[in-house]
Design a protein around this ligand. Sequence first.
Ligand SMILES: Nc1ncnc2c1ncn2[C@@H]1O[C@H](COP(=O)(O)OP(=O)(O)OP(=O)(O)O)[C@@H](O)[C@H]1O
Ligand SMILES: [Mg+2]
Length: 252
Amino acid sequence: MSSSKIIAVSGKGGTGKTSICALLVRAFKNKGYGPLLAVDADPNANLAEMLGLKTESSIGEICEETKKYDGGQAGMSKNDYLRFRLEQIITEAEGFDLLAMGRPEGPGCYCYANNVLRDALKILMDNYKLILIDNEAGFEHVSRKTNLKIDQLLVVSDPSLRGVDTAGKIFNLAKNIGLPVEKTGLLLNRVKGGISSELEKRIEDIGLGLFAKIDEDDCIVDSAQTGKSIFALPEDCKSVRAVAGFCDKLLK
Ligand SMILES: Nc1ncnc2c1ncn2[C@@H]1O[C@H](COP(=O)(O)OP(=O)(O)OP(=O)(O)O)[C@@H](O)[C@H]1O
Ligand SMILES: [Mg+2]
């Protein structure tokens, strides 16, 4: 049995999933926790950019060839072949690695790419202590079929009633499709000031416990505008401090 942990970040579009994933990579890297793999499971990939990397290749690229692979000439099993190709498409950075899903080409390849991603993660679990997954908005795309045990699912939401309702729906969907998730928590992002009692009540109602809060942070706004990597943010940025503060809790 592998002892690696999988943390997945999900939530509605634009809630801050990728920023939070990047902040988590930074936090775990700074603590020297690893080997660490960041997975950009969103075809509209931008986790790499936030981490200051350029990805040359992705799962999408090897999707078609893995699909066609029949053990063929090389006499390698499909799994061995995938392992071999994964080594080539993983980007190695300082203190962490990155695997991108990319944009699968070819008809029917999108679904198949999810299968490839699942098989890839199974293989990679032996190599990494922690795998952090940045999901496409609407978690079900990737996760329905992955069937991998997720140790911690973080659902990100803005601090609004409607946002929290949507997070609740994602949580319920995860439950209903039988997603093998160990722990789930709500991550309120872009919090300005306090949380109203109405919002507190709504959070209680959706049954998804509040895991942590991250304040609205000008550092993140600036880095989005300038295209700077998450590693360029000063240590005392609100979001950097918040994530560094709660990241250990994710491993428990
Ligand atoms: N705590 C924060 N404070 C200020 N701005 C933030 C914060 N978190 C995220 N943002 C901003 O919100 C926008 C969306 O963030 P991000 O791309 O991380 O969201 P996402 O959920 O990954 O989006 P998508 O669904 O498109 O993948 C970005 O412009 C980002 O800079
Ligand atoms: Mg994103």
